[in-house]
Design a protein around this ligand. Structure first.
Ligand code: SAM
Length: 262
């Protein structure tokens, strides 16, 4: 894409129900749809219902999302568990089947791992959530070089054979893999880890379950190019909107409750 130096990224943060508002957008507009939907766990913004009803409502939204997804676009769906009477239902397993039934292809199931959280007394404490990354087709954007992280042994070279003396790993860093770590208050490593947005984190607002801007940034740098359109249908306090504007992406966020101060 040819970039105009004066070009600024465009954004809309829309108040309303995403299923209704999505109808206003044309087919194939968005290069990346990234979101964390309600988990049906009875947070203040949702009424807990049976898992079947919850998933069938989400299925209708997902069908509409896929209509607005660009043919070379990606969806990143960040979820944890739905818990009912102590039984754990891993939402990504249920969602996998929905996306697959709409013809999408899974490219990664990313484990987003954190060291802190509630301590369980009747099962092992949960310390990860997942991001399902699907594409609409086989021809999709993946800018690995924009999201490389430092190699463990950056200066290591081949010591024998035809490549003797050459770097044995990419000097620009390694693939960040499908396990993304959160390190709380680890300022030295901050840029390479995905921080948890809890208590005293600088990004923390009143929202009960924000995801970090850094998590969105890694996805949008890898899966879009500058000035592509990004969508978050469950935008919360606008983490996706901020991450997109920070990185010159055009963005739409839809949220059905007033979350931002005027
Ligand atoms: C898990 S939170 C997302 C938080 C967001 N990732 C952030 O960082 O702030 C889900 C959000 O979806 C909103 N929501 C729930 N149902 C919605 C709907 N039908 N349309 C639009 N927003 C909805 C909730 O109010 C909540 O803010």
């Amino acid at each position: 894409m040819i970039r105009n130096e004066n070009q600024k990224s465009d954004y809309q943060y829309i108040l309303g129900d995403c299923l209704k508002k999505l109808k206003e957008f044309e087919d194939g507009k968005f290069k990346l749809i990234i979101t964390s939907p309600p988990y049906n766990v009875g947070k203040e913004y949702e009424v807990k219902k049976s898992i079947e009803k919850y998933l069938s409502e989400q299925d209708a939204i997902i069908a509409e999302l896929i209509r607005t997804l660009h043919p070379s676009g990606s969806i990143c769906w960040q979820v944890g568990n739905f818990i009912d009477k102590g039984e754990v239902f891993p939402l990504d397993i249920f969602y996998y089947n929905i996306f697959k039934s709409h013809g999408l292809k899974l490219r990664n199931r990313i484990i987003w791992q954190f060291g802190h959280g509630l301590h369980s007394s009747k099962r092992f404490s949960g310390r990860y959530e997942t991001i399902l990354w699907f594409t609409k087709g086989d021809n999709y954007t993946f800018n690995l070089d924009l999201v490389r992280v430092p190699s463990k042994y950056p200066g290591k070279k081949h010591f024998k054979g035809p490549k003797k003396g050459e770097f044995s790993s990419n000097p620009n860093g390694k693939n960040p893999s499908d396990i993304w770590e959160i390190v709380l208050n680890d300022w030295e490593n901050e840029i390479w880890n995905i921080p948890n947005v809890k208590a005293n984190h600088v990004e923390k607002s009143d929202h009960p379950c924000q995801y970090p801007i850094e998590l969105v940034e890694r996805c949008l740098l890898a899966l879009t190019d500058e000035f592509d359109w990004v969508l978050d249908p469950f935008a919360g306090v606008g983490s996706t909107v901020l991450a997109s504007l920070k990185n010159n992406r055009n963005v739409v966020g839809i949220e059905n409750q007033i979350r931002l101060a005027a």
